[in-house]
Ligand binder design. Structure first.
Ligand code: BGC
Length: 243
């Protein structure tokens, strides 16, 4: 069976067809570019017209970088104020659409057919990109909208993701090992609060896993995500089948 996965990010939207059995992309995803200043309405118009080239009867899931409830966006910390209150199922005219946080979507992909397949106990999946996405599966059940990247950093001021995200690394010109020290701090906090058994790390930073992961120590079993940049898209499509 096939589904459509959509990943809404800070600089673009990716839409792809996914095999819901294997979690594989059936073709390279379509990409629509935007900036953090592009209004939600403009991005959604682009998505509506792009979706006309996809079959109308397939399950469709959307990963969004903020808190979501049902099919409505509540927050969009990296995309500006124009998203809050948007009902994606209504605006995109897809009544069966499933909406979930982008990191939650990535965690679904890793749990259904990636780095944490079959894991019970507490599995934390963390995505590192513009922000830090944090997610928990407990005995295979996802606890949505965790948002632990936005918790206050206990010693540096600001929130955790403003020090340990990919954007922080770029903005401050941090070397990979300097960033790894920041990420270690974040992991130490998360382990103290949640005591996960397994931690899966995803996002663009995993392309250089071999270089930074040896600098990280965790009590939990630390694993590299398997779906790379496609995790959010794939997981959204998988979640559309049954969350
Ligand atoms: C947002 C999260 C999102 C994460 C990764 C954070 O800034 O608050 O909702 O999952 O970025 O995109």
């Amino acid at each position: 069976m096939e589904g459509i996965g959509i990943d809404i990010g800070g600089s673009g939207v990716r839409i792809g067809r996914v095999d819901l059995g294997s979690g594989e992309l059936l073709a390279p995803p379509l990409r629509l570019e935007h900036t953090t200043d592009t209004p939600a309405a403009t991005i959604l118009e682009g998505m509506t017209s792009a979706l006309t080239s996809f079959p109308a009867d397939l399950p469709i899931g959307v990963g969004f970088p903020g808190v979501v409830r049902g099919t409505v966006v509540e927050t969009a910390p990296n995309l500006g104020p124009t998203w809050a209150g948007t009902d994606l199922a209504v605006v995109l005219n897809r009544p069966g659409l499933v909406l979930l946080n982008d990191a939650d979507a990535a965690a679904v992909a890793e749990h259904r057919c990636g780095a944490s397949v079959g894991e019970l106990g507490t599995v934390m999946t963390i995505t590192v990109g513009t922000g830090i996405g944090t997610t928990l599966h407990r005995d295979g059940v996802l606890v949505p909208n965790l948002e632990l990247g936005l918790l206050a950093h206990p010693s540096r001021g600001g929130v955790i993701e403003s020090h340990a995200s990919g954007r922080a690394r770029r903005q401050e010109g941090l070397s990979l090992t300097a960033w790894a020290d920041r990420f270690q701090e974040a992991l130490h906090l998360y382990e103290g609060w949640l005591n996960p058994d397994v931690i899966v790390v995803g996002g663009g930073i995993t392309e250089r896993w071999e270089e930074w992961a040896p600098h990280i120590t965790t009590k939990a079993d630390l694993r590299c995500a398997q779906h790379g940049p496609d995790a959010g898209l794939v997981g959204a499509a998988l979640a559309a089948l049954a969350l």
